[in-house]
Design a protein around this ligand. Structure first.
Ligand code: ZN
Ligand code: ZN
Length: 415
């Protein structure tokens, strides 16, 4: 098994929010074997001199759409799968370059893409380790229903609703079957629409998505396979319904209020805010082809963004890191760090993008930290992110090396 020894690095302990100066880290195969303040010796190890940089865990983004290469999701829906997959390649590489070694795809990416990346240990297809949802499930007229408003609504089942990124399905028995199918096809978790949204044409933001009965059935089926449900939800009413039915992570949550945040904390539900996407849509949405119906809805949720972080934080809701970028905006992913830093401390923001992400994915101890036994997902960073998160911003310019599962993906500092 290959051995790599990092010397002359300051190890970022995200759990305690401190830098462990002048440490040594030994990687064996895909796993971190030893982290020590004393020099480690290994005759057969390849030595990487970190040059006094920060060695930190690879980042985790819990809300991305790796196959959303267009801003207009209606157009995206008409794109064949092979085209979608090929267009995802530069998006995936960009994420890895920015230090994201693991991402949860919140709708669109499927088992095939995940498997291609896992085979990619050979280096053909590079990107973050994927946790896929397959298509997000939506009720008729909900956030995943991209059919135009019409008095001749195309029927479900004609093929047109079986899009790569969403699937329209209604009724308790039908949603049960849909979840079983998605899990059979290799979904890691199930994504549902619990409220209206911005990027879809006919649903107001304050609309409710799946009913209590449907949501319970979906959660039930996911739990039967030891997995969980993530729900797109903006309003307190939608969030409350989802959480009371057992949904584990609330996506966006912009319009949260204090009582509902308290309920989330009591249920150990996670929030995955995605504030950068509203900035991106407000700045460039029209130019990038976002429909007029959608543009009108952006401001409703964007204005509440930062305040929602304060409410979640005050209630003690665990915040994971998410971005939800579309089309040409993917390169803004790391700006989310700077938005979060307006409300949270750098250590809290770093925990969101590492330890809490790992918890959401059910990979605590394996992902999101530099400790023995964890996967060797490591970044060498110029600067100390505990003092200033801008060293993680941009396109990874200050990230000198990205290691994923013991493989060097970006940079080479071998001595
Ligand atoms: Zn959403
Ligand atoms: Zn999304």
């Amino acid at each position: 098994m290959s051995l790599i020894l990092f010397t002359n690095v300051h190890v970022l302990d995200v759990r305690h929010g401190r830098l462990q100066e002048n440490h040594h880290v030994l990687v064996e195969g895909d796993t971190i074997r030893e982290v020590s303040d004393r020099p480690l010796t290994s005759a057969s190890a390849r030595v990487i001199n970190g040059g006094g940089r920060t060695l930190m865990p690879g980042l985790i983004d819990c809300h991305v759409h790796t196959t959303f290469s267009q801003t207009n999701l209606g157009l995206l829906a008409q794109t064949p799968n092979t085209t979608l997959a090929l267009r995802a390649l530069p998006i995936l590489r960009g994420m890895l370059r920015r230090g994201f070694t693991t991402v949860r795809d919140a709708g669109g990416a499927d088992y095939a893409l995940k498997a291609a990346l896992e085979d990619g240990m050979s280096g053909t297809v590079l990107g973050p380790r994927l946790f896929v949802s397959g298509p997000a499930l939506s009720p008729t007229g909900g956030h995943g229903d991209f059919r135009p408003r019409s008095d001749r609504l195309q029927p479900v089942g004609c093929g047109c609703q079986r899009l790569a990124s969403t699937r329209v399905v209604d009724g308790v028995d039908a949603v049960r079957l849909a979840v079983r199918e998605l899990l059979q096809m290799g979904a890691d978790q199930i994504k549902i629409m619990s409220s209206g949204g911005v990027a879809s044409p006919t649903d107001p933001v304050n609309a409710l998505g799946y009913s209590v009965e449907e949501t319970r059935a979906i959660v039930d089926e996911a739990a039967a396979r030891q997995t969980y449900v993530l729900a797109h939800a903006y309003t307190p009413e939608a969030i409350r319904r989802a959480v009371e039915c057992g949904v584990r992570t609330i996506e966006h949550g912009n319009l949260i209020d204090a009582p509902t945040a308290k309920l989330m904390a009591e249920h150990d539900a996670y929030a995955v805010p995605t504030l950068i996407t509203y900035e991106a849509l407000a700045r460039d949405g029209v130019r990038l082809g976002l429909g007029a119906e959608s543009v009108a809805k952006i401001e409703q949720v964007r204005a509440a963004g930062l305040h929602s972080l304060e409410i979640f934080r005050a209630a003690g809701v665990k915040l994971a890191f998410g971005t939800d970028l579309l089309g040409a905006s993917h390169n803004l992913q790391s700006e989310e760090f700077l938005i979060r830093a307006q409300v949270q401390t750098p250590a809290e923001v770093l925990r969101s993008a590492t330890l809490i992400g790992a918890e959401v994915l059910g990979r605590s101890g394996r992902l999101g930290e530099v400790t023995p036994g964890a996967m060797a997902d490591l970044l060498l960073v110029d600067g100390n992110p505990l003092q200033d998160l801008t060293c993680l911003a941009g396109q990874g310019e200050q990230i000198a090396l990205v290691m994923q599962g013991g493989h060097i993906r970006v940079g080479s500092l071998a001595a």
